[in-house]
Ligand binder design. Sequence first.
Ligand SMILES: *Cc1c(COP(=O)(O)O)cnc(C)c1O
Length: 356
Amino acid sequence: MNPRTRPDLETIPSYVPGRNFPGAIKLASNETTFGPLPSVAKAITAEIELSNRYPDNRSVELIETIAESLGVSADHVAVGCGSVALCQDLVSITCAGPDDEVLYAWRSFEMYPIVTQIAAATAVTVGLTAEHAHDLDAMAAAVTDRTRLIFVCNPNNPTGTAAGRAEIERFLDAVPAHVIVVLDEAYFEYLRFPENDHPDGVEIGRTRPNVVVLRTFSKAYGLAGVRLGYAVADPTVIAALGKVHVPFSVSRLSQAAGVASLHAQAELLSRTDWIVTERERVRAALIGSGYDVPPSQANFVWLPLGADSVRFATASAEAGVLVRPYGVDGVRVTIGDRHENDQFLAFAATALETKT
Ligand SMILES: *Cc1c(COP(=O)(O)O)cnc(C)c1O
């Protein structure tokens, strides 16, 4: 007889990481191609020497450094083993079973359905607009008295679209003030909005205690392998997150890497300007080759190829460039360095001939 686990586990989709094989150009996981800064690598190395000791479970220095960089007090910040851990913790602190609903757009970040199902909560999804963006009016209309948590991925992974501040605030005005709204800003650093419409969740959240902002060191800060993300929220939400936090899950190495990265913030953020320039170049080239490419506010572009998505991604892999297909919706392509992008563009230009 098999050891007994939850029967509904079979229905939970497994997270599908980007593929990898030696020598391939990897544009499948939205990582940065830059290695860690020497100052960050040095801070991590120093902590390795202390690895026999547990980390600070309260991550005091890291949390204070994050809080200071954002202009909030430390009781507004929680850290996690990647922001995916905080996604899961947010469901844990709001949902206790199938009567509790988690609302999110689809297609969006593939962890939302997984963490919802792990909590045995009920997922409510709202389709994207024809422009591949969040339909925030339809999402507000989908709120019920059972809605416990709303994920808004801004910019949206995998489509790259983003809502501006006015649009986000109109949505928040339409949502009951007791419903927690997560603004997942994993790609915040790549946003290029006019100043007066810049959708900065931390600013938006200053007057709205139901807003939780998630950010990560995995993307613009280039620490995907280290695992560190954070939440900015009302102290009551931060305290609740503390209850479900897996003790010591933010390692010594992560804490030191986060502090060192914030000390090098200007240098790390200047890299995003380069990525944004490449993003616009790649998008223009793809449009020039005949593709439909929605404007992106992230470090990737979206090709809504429909039923051709898997074939396209497989052909791209055969041409040495790994990209990420999403069922029959589209393909997400990370912006890499210039040579990597050029290799993808060369493939894409030829792939059009066989595109349906
Ligand atoms: C990459 C990503 C995250 C977080 O990643 P971590 O590595 O767990 O910090 C969260 N949300 C979205 C939408 C992402 O794309």
